[in-house]
Ligand binder design. Structure first.
Ligand SMILES: Nc1nc2c(ncn2[C@@H]2O[C@H](COP(=O)(O)OP(=O)(O)OP(=O)(O)O)[C@@H](O)[C@H]2O)c(=O)[nH]1
Ligand SMILES: [Zn+2]
Length: 288
């Protein structure tokens, strides 16, 4: 049997004759998983928007959310952060602020499946689009799916009260038609894809920015407004979207703070530098 290239995956548009798939149409987007050995595994094609789902019954992990946002962008999809279980938190606005992605132009929506709060907003965003949800186990993806569909199709699991960890309740590959005309692609592989996003794979997603940075006049260029900055020039000419530079900055910041946490020497240098800056600020504040 003849094989088609690429091998069709969930979400692909294919051309068939009476017996087999003869062609796969070009993909508008591709969510994939980076393997630790540098390879990658395609997960789902042609997703328009990725719902980055997090439960407000546990602390907001801004770093994790930001990585999944970058992953969605890299796939060619629009990320939307959905904070579930809004009914269990007192300060929804503070939780939204904690996510800290509005400067990236990413929308954050708080919802509660229990009260119905915010569900219509998400449903509106999903209308007529192909959607995937990414979020850790117990985040409330199945419950949100049921709320969006208006019926129980996805099985939900109880969260252990002691640690807010969910049972793994999702096992089968599914595609749901949303009442508003959208499609929700829901496979276990997609749901947890954020868990595999490590520093290296995130950095690998920014090959274009890294390549531009090599052309900068200064080797330690910060790409803000240094003379001869190739990255800045690319943004100005429209070659590089400004959001992409902002996302790259965010990822670098994250990576550097991770390094500080794990490398005592880097942390010490940072603390010393921070101490100096703090002292300077103190001095300036003193009257006279
Ligand atoms: N209070 C409250 N609980 C919720 C809400 N949404 C979901 N939950 C609870 O959170 C738990 C986990 O929800 P699920 O929808 O099963 O989570 P999931 O992300 O699908 O988990 P996996 O299938 O393991 O990936 C369940 O006990 C839900 O009842 C909500 O809006 N409010
Ligand atoms: Zn530069």
């Amino acid at each position: 049997m003849a094989t088609v290239d690429p091998v069709p995956i969930v979400g692909d548009w294919v051309v068939t004759n009476d017996e087999a798939v003869v062609d796969v149409l070009p993909r508008a987007s591709l969510l994939r998983r980076q393997d630790p050995d540098g390879g990658e595994q395609p997960l789902v094609a042609n997703v328009d928007a990725v719902l980055v789902v997090c439960g407000l019954d546990r602390p907001v992990k801004a770093g994790r959310i930001q990585r999944v946002i970058v992953l969605a962008w890299d796939a060619g999809a629009t990320p939307i952060v959905v904070l579930t279980k809004a009914d269990v938190t007192k300060d929804v606005d503070a939780a939204i602020a904690d996510v800290d992605v509005t400067n990236l132009g990413v929308e954050v929506i708080a919802v509660s499946a229990t009260s119905g709060f915010g569900i219509d907003v998400v449903r509106e965003r999903c209308a007529g689009r192909t959607i995937a949800m990414i979020g850790e186990s117990g985040a409330g993806k199945s419950t949100l799916t049921n709320a969006l569909l208006g019926e129980d199709v996805a099985s939900t699991g109880d969260v252990r009260a002691s640690d807010s960890k969910g049972r793994h309740t999702t096992t089968s590959r599914q595609i749901h038609l949303l009442p508003g005309g959208g499609v929700l692609v829901d496979t276990p592989g997609i749901r947890g894809v954020g868990l595999w996003v490590d520093d290296e794979s995130v950095t690998a997603m920014f090959g274009d920015v890294e390549l531009l940075a090599e052309e900068c006049h200064f080797t330690d260029c910060g790409h803000t407004n240094e003379p001869g900055c190739a990255v800045h020039l690319a943004v100005e000419s429209g070659e590089l979207p400004a959001e992409r530079l902002e996302a790259w900055r965010m990822v670098r910041r994250e990576a550097q703070s991770m390094e500080r946490r794990s490398d005592p020497r880097a942390r010490h240098a940072y603390d010393r530098q921070f101490g100096r800056v703090a002292k300077e600020a103190q001095k300036r504040k003193r009257p006279g």
